[in-house]
Design a protein around this ligand. Structure first.
Ligand SMILES: [Zn+2]
Length: 168
């Protein structure tokens, strides 16, 4: 990554992903370029995905793509700070692309993920880390919750249960 400050919603292009990979010693192969391109496209469209979904997308166009290759590449992209892995309470893992804040709110019902901008709070948390004698290297914040759609659905379900089910 360059020294420039990146915005909240910026996502990497395939070329940038390949450049980052080369920087840490990965040769740019066609296979890696195809993965980088697919990841960049999903990021640009704001689409989060599971590892399996990414693998299926790639395999649809390039049948020889190995599952392990895709998952290993995702691990590398996480280390590079290009992709984040969000884990839900039910065990589902979804990947989110972007040079983001690593601050998220996650819907435990539909698995929607929204990036939060907590710049000021970040300073406070770094300060708290310093007070504990730590040098903070990075922050990850994941808030578990229900999105507004799922809250509505949940209250409908609760109402339905209350009014239409026989009393026990
Ligand atoms: Zn939801």
């Amino acid at each position: 990554m360059t020294g420039t400050t990146r915005g909240h919603h910026e996502t990497p292009s395939a070329t940038e992903i390949i450049a980052e990979l080369e920087r840490i010693g990965f040769r740019s192969t066609q296979r890696r370029y195809l993965i980088a391109e697919q990841v960049a496209q999903l990021g640009a469209r704001g689409i989060d995905f599971t590892g399996e979904e990414l693998w299926h997308m790639l395999r649809a166009n390039y049948p020889g793509t190995g599952r392990m290759t895709v998952f290993r590449m995702l691990d590398v992209l996480i280390k590079l700070g290009i992709v984040d892995r969000l884990t839900f309470i039910d065990g589902t893992e979804r990947y989110h692309v972007g040079y983001g804040t690593h601050h998220y709110v996650k819907c435990e019902s539909c698995h929607k993920v929204v990036e939060l901008d907590l710049t000021l709070q970040s300073d406070l948390l770094n300060e708290a880390a310093h007070q504990s004698g730590f040098m903070p290297l990075g922050q990850r914040i994941e808030i578990d919750g229900w999105c507004s759609d799922c809250q509505k659905e949940q209250s409908t379900r609760v109402l339905r249960r209350r009014f239409f089910l026989p009393r026990s």
